[in-house]
Design a protein around this ligand. Structure first.
Ligand SMILES: Cc1ncc(COP(=O)(O)O)c(C=O)c1O
Length: 402
């Protein structure tokens, strides 16, 4: 397989890796940077890691870099280990009252929806689910579904910038405006967004926004940020309460002080993110914007090859996608949850293709592809060939083997 960028990653050359979306994949140069940070840390642990010694200025430099990328004032960005942690911090700090309601969607990420249910249940708060269609035809359908689910009791809307199971880039700006008109605060789970689509928080104006650096920015695992609107920061606390709660010197603001230190942790994934952003931005002449456009074009081409193979219409318009795309599989031939897992297992173990297959909302079998710069169209063509052959099997044989 020819791909000029592939050499920058340590990915197993024997596997067609079509699942950048789950955990990302980190380029060699970024791993080397992280390694250097680890060496420096271990050479002088107290000096490096002590928040009152040299840790904070190092974190602040990364904060400035991320702020520039996502259009936020660096002072409004805290670091978290991942988006799940960011969502938990907000949900578990939220001043819910009994009788309030939170709105989530049926395309939301299970871990984050669990965090919502946990936080809500403890306060006697209800959870309502906006049912987004899939296949989907337009942003308007998403806006309508959310609009119909908000009620006078709704205090918080949790929406994804890019949905995990379906790869839809939701109309977050319109959803935020809609919620704000109704007096509802909005938390955006942007786990996939930075590095996949342009993110400008000054334009979007969410109340809370969290994202991963280890997915489409290709930073080391585990690193992400949490943005909180300035006036709401006093009520948002990390899920781990530590020294920052009574040591304001650990950050420029009490908010940053709390998130800068959540107990001993490894800051090297965070510290390596600027290298990842610089590296991705340098791969194509048009920088990160070009890379995102090219990944989008590749996912569309890959999706078309798969849709042709399984004879399926467009499940979502191109404008609603970034560099993830899901394709519904024929439920009558794929079968139930075990068969779906079996099919994914088989694609990996028998055909050396890493791609997630799952039941959307427990019913619709879907296969999700990712397109990162190291992927090539031939990889999706190979997957399509395999699927074509599999779907040529009779239903019973397919079920037994899957
Ligand atoms: C929309 C969304 N939110 C949250 C997450 C969780 O990411 P992490 O496990 O890094 O917290 C994911 C992971 O795929 C996701 O797709």
């Amino acid at each position: 397989m020819s791909n000029a960028f592939r050499k920058h990653w340590r990915l197993n050359p024997d596997v067609d890796f079509l699942n950048h979306g789950s955990f990302g994949a980190t380029p060699i140069v970024v791993l080397e940077t992280q390694r250097r940070w680890i060496e420096l840390l271990e050479r002088d642990p107290i000096e490096f890691l002590g928040p009152e010694r040299s840790l904070l200025p190092k974190l602040d430099r990364v904060r400035d870099c991320i702020g520039g990328l996502v259009g936020a004032d660096a002072a409004d960005l805290a670091f978290v280990r991942n988006a799940t942690e960011g969502v938990n911090a907000v949900l578990r700090s939220f001043p819910f009252s009994s009788g309030d309601e939170v709105v989530i969607t049926n395309h939301g990420y299970n871990a984050c929806n669990n965090a919502v249910r946990y936080a809500a249940e403890r306060c006697g708060t209800g959870v309502s689910v906006a049912e987004l269609p899939f296949p989907v035809e337009s942003d308007a359908q998403v806006i309508e579904a959310v609009d119909a689910t908000l009620s006078p009791k709704t205090r918080l809307l949790l929406i994804d910038h890019v949905t995990s199971p379906t790869g839809l880039v939701l109309p977050v700006k319109e959803l935020i405006e809609l919620a704000h008109r109704r007096g509802v605060r909005v938390m955006v789970d942007g786990a996939h967004a930075p590095g996949m689509v342009p993110v400008d928080l000054s334009q979007l104006d969410p109340d809370y926004y969290t994202a991963n650096h280890h997915k489409w920015l290709c930073g080391p695992k585990t690193s992400g940020f949490l943005y909180v609107r300035r006036e709401l920061q006093p009520e948002v606390h990390p899920t781990t309460i530590s020294h920052g709660a009574n040591s304001p010197g650990l950050g420029q603001t009490p908010f940053l002080a709390e998130f800068n230190w959540v107990g001993t942790y490894d800051p090297t994934p965070i510290l390596s993110v600027p290298t990842a952003i610089e590296f991705l931005g340098g791969l194509k002449e048009g920088g990160l914007s070009q890379l995102m456009r090219d990944n989008h074009a590749l996912v569309l081409a890959g999706r078309q090859v798969l849709l042709d193979a399984i004879d399926c219409g467009l499940p979502a318009p191109a404008e609603m996608l970034g560099s993830l795309a899901s394709v519904p599989l024929p439920a009558d031939r794929v079968g139930n949850g075990d068969a779906v897992k079996g099919l994914q297992h088989r694609l990996y173990h028998e055909h050396a293709i890493e791609v997630p297959i799952f039941l959307l909302n427990g019913t619709l079998p879907c296969l999700r592809i990712s397109a990162q710069v190291y992927n090539s169209l031939e990889q999706y063509e190979r997957l399509a060939d395999v699927l074509r052959n599999l779907s040529g099997l009779s239903t019973t044989r397919f079920r037994r083997n899957a």
